[in-house]
Design a protein around this ligand. Structure first.
Ligand code: GLA
Ligand code: ZN
Length: 673
């Protein structure tokens, strides 16, 4: 059995992507000296090195990598070794131009960047298998090897290819999935607009069409593209398992990045030995640490609650957003330790030494262009020392309070064209619900809609348009057995083929919510509605309204104006031992807080009310003890009340009663007992 933590690593992982091929070997010696100075424990190597390792077809040059791994090993740095299959060399494309992917419009990408890959292409697959085999044969039992890093960020920047090989592969995938072409016709509803297929050979990828194509076909193509990338991951992983037994294999995810929505990480999480994630701050004006917390919680959930590893984040600014601010002093440590609080077994970066050339030369690094006389370097060294004092938390697990349902397939379906309103954004609702729970100091687990939810007192469903019958039944049983459920509008509408569930909407949730929705009535840009409660309390909504007909549910808030005036806006349904809430408009932050406040009462959860906003408190617990992480994202010193005395691990101080957490600082207390 492969191990599930980096081999030979006895501390938290700290380091980054290391691309020494961009530098003369003399620099490598300075690199390892600085790695030692900073307390680096692991680096990721070779991710883009195919052209160097195999300069001409079949002729390998491993000398430099031999020397590099030896040097790292001599300096006590463990190695996360990449298979370079995300960056096939120029020579490969000269002989196999058809391995370059094609867009839905029929345009073939060119060589000269990275990740230009058709994952169905047989020549690519063979070449990827060969280079992986050579690497595994040579380094499979190298003493520096901690784990294997397959490929890089599957799914970005190309999420699907539409070439002829993919068309043939898609037909085979459909045949395996559906058996007969009539089953495909049924699932896709091809009676509509005369799209019926008489045999598999007539089916193509959802390429450019004059107007909207078949949505079920588009949804299946997302599934197919995801499965195809996973086939290639599994192919490489199995080679590594065979030739490098016991060494864990990973590939770096980007779980919560909305630009990377093409990968079903629930499925991928089951295939890797260690879940690893890359996370970058998206500077869109929102609180970046909330998105960070969400990404970390989602990654932990994809890992089934087990420890995972942050494989990339940035020491300061990135260079691929329209505007790339530097991080504030202390922000890097808050980011790193924020991930650790939520289950990461360390904090790794892109990248070790800032490039002088190429597309990423303005992206921050651990060793900036300015070298060691820089704030970033000083903070890197300090972070290394902090992580060094936290080794004992390895293996402990983050404790969550509530669950949020999350499903990439629903997200895919939701994003297809011709919905009631293009302003409805499922991801926006998930972020908004998450933020409300975060501000209530509740830690969130994410769960697949068909997962066992019985351990959670509260389950929220921000926007889950696609919901299987099994998921609906799961939620019904959850509520009947005493759970509290909160569902946001336009959920439970279609089945796995994007077909509207039979009968009134929301078909998968009618019974559990005790209502039907007769019509959707989205609002125009800028339009708002008022919503009033029986106690006179008022909420505001925009984007979406619905004509809800209670069928067992009680009306708690009612539309006060707009087309739906007088109709229920927020309902509550007692079912069995539990309660199901439904909200049919897009509430603002205050409204969501009021709604979730009521649900939290039903769920008998008592969130902390003794913490300031943006002072984040999370616990990790396990065999070695119980640890409280406090991250102060504010500019004001804070005090966090503690139930139990303990030892603060970053300062070594004993603490009891109230834990001081200075402005912008992080504290980690090992609680007594
Ligand atoms: C991704 C990639 C890295 C690098 C960083 C930059 O995460 O995996 O190779 O491009 O982005 O932020
Ligand atoms: Zn293709």
């Amino acid at each position: 059995m492969p191990e599930t933590t980096p081999r030979g690593l006895t501390r938290l992982a700290f380091g980054g992507d290391y691309n020494p091929e961009q530098w003369p070997e003399s620099v490598w010696h300075e690199d390892v000296r600085l790695m030692r100075e900073a307390g680096v424990t692991m680096v990721s190597v070779g991710i883009f090195s195919w052209a160097l390792l195999e300069p001409t077809p079949g002729a390998y040059d491993f000398g430099w990598l031999d020397r590099l791994l030896g040097l790292l090993h001599d300096n006590g740095v463990r190695v996360d070794l990449g298979t370079p299959t995300v960056a096939p060399p120029a020579w490969f494309y000269r002989t196999h131009p058809e391995a370059l992917p094609v867009t839905a419009e029929g345009v073939r990408y060119e060589f000269g960047s990275r990740a230009a890959i058709c994952h169905s292409n047989a020549d690519y697959r063979a070449a990827a298998a060969t280079i992986t085999t050579r690497l595994a044969e040579r380094y499979g039992d190298h003493p520096a090897l901690a784990m294997w890093h397959v490929h890089n960020e599957y799914g970005v920047p190309v999420s699907a290819c539409y070439c002829d090989s993919c068309a043939a592969h898609f037909r085979r995938w459909l045949e395996t999935t559906y058996g007969t072409v009539d089953a495909v016709n049924d699932a896709w509803g091809t009676a509509f607009w005369g799209q019926r297929y008489a045999d598999f050979g007539q089916i193509n990828p959802p390429r450019l069409t004059p107007t909207v194509g078949n949505p079920a076909q588009a949804l299946d193509y997302k599934r197919f593209a995801d499965a195809t990338m996973r086939e290639n991951f599994v192919m490489e992983r199995d080679i590594l398992h065979r030739l490098s037994p016991g060494v864990p294999v990973t590939t770096n995810f980007m779980t919560a990045l909305s630009q990377c929505d093409s990968v079903d990480y629930w499925a991928w999480g089951r295939e890797v030995d260690i879940v690893t994630n890359d996370h970058y701050l998206i500077t869109d004006g929102r609180r970046t640490h909330v998105n960070l917390a969400m990404a970390a919680d989602l990654t932990r959930s994809v890992a089934g609650g087990a420890p995972w590893l942050l494989l990339e984040h940035s020491t300061s600014g990135v260079n691929w957003q329209p505007r790339n601010p530097a991080k504030a002093p202390g922000q890097m440590a808050r980011n790193s330790l924020g991930h650790v609080a939520r289950g990461s077994e360390g904090a790794m970066f892109f990248q070790w030494r800032q490039s002088r050339r190429g597309a990423e030369k303005f992206h921050s690094a651990m060793v900036p262009h300015g070298g060691t006389e820089t704030r970033v370097w000083r903070e890197v060294v300090e972070l290394g020392s902090c992580l060094g004092s936290l080794a004992q938390i390895r293996g402990t697990r983050t404790e969550a309070d509530v669950a949020m349902l999350w499903d990439w397939h629903s997200w895919w379906a939701q994003s297809l064209a011709w919905r009631p309103s293009e302003d409805h954004d499922a991801r926006e609702r998930a972020d908004a619900f998450y933020e409300t729970l975060y501000d209530r100091h509740l830690t969130v687990d994410f769960a697949h809609p068909e997962a066992d939810l019985s351990s959670y007192p509260l389950v929220v469903v921000p926007a889950l348009y696609l919901m299987t019958r099994a998921a609906g039944d799961n939620l019904r049983a959850y509520v009947e057995n005493g759970g509290t459920l909160v569902v946001s509008y336009f959920s439970g509408i279609v089945d796995e083929h994007d077909a509207v569930h039979e009968g009134s909407c929301p078909g998968a949730l009618r019974d559990v919510l005790g209502l039907t929705v007769e019509e959707f009535s989205p609002l125009l840009p800028g339009e708002r509605v008022r919503v009033t409660g029986p106690d006179g309390s008022e909420l505001g909504g925009d984007v979406w309204t619905e004509f809800v007909v209670p069928r067992g549910a009680e009306t708690v808030w009612t539309y006060a104006d707009g087309l739906t005036a007088g109709h229920p806006a927020v309902t509550r349904h007692r079912l069995g031992e539990g309660t199901a809430w439904y909200v049919s408009t897009r509430l603002g932050a205050d409204g969501l807080d009021a709604l979730l406040g009521r649900a939290i009462e039903d769920a008998r959860i008592a969130p902390r009310t003794d913490l300031p906003r943006d002072v984040e408190v999370v616990r990790r617990t396990g065999a070695s003890g119980s640890y409280l992480f406090a991250v102060n994202h504010t500019v004001t010193d804070a005090k966090v009340p503690l139930d139990t005395a303990g030892t603060e691990l970053l300062t070594g101080e004993r603490t009891a009663g109230r834990l001081p957490v200075p402005a912008g600082a992080v504290r980690v207390v090992r609680l007594d007992g």
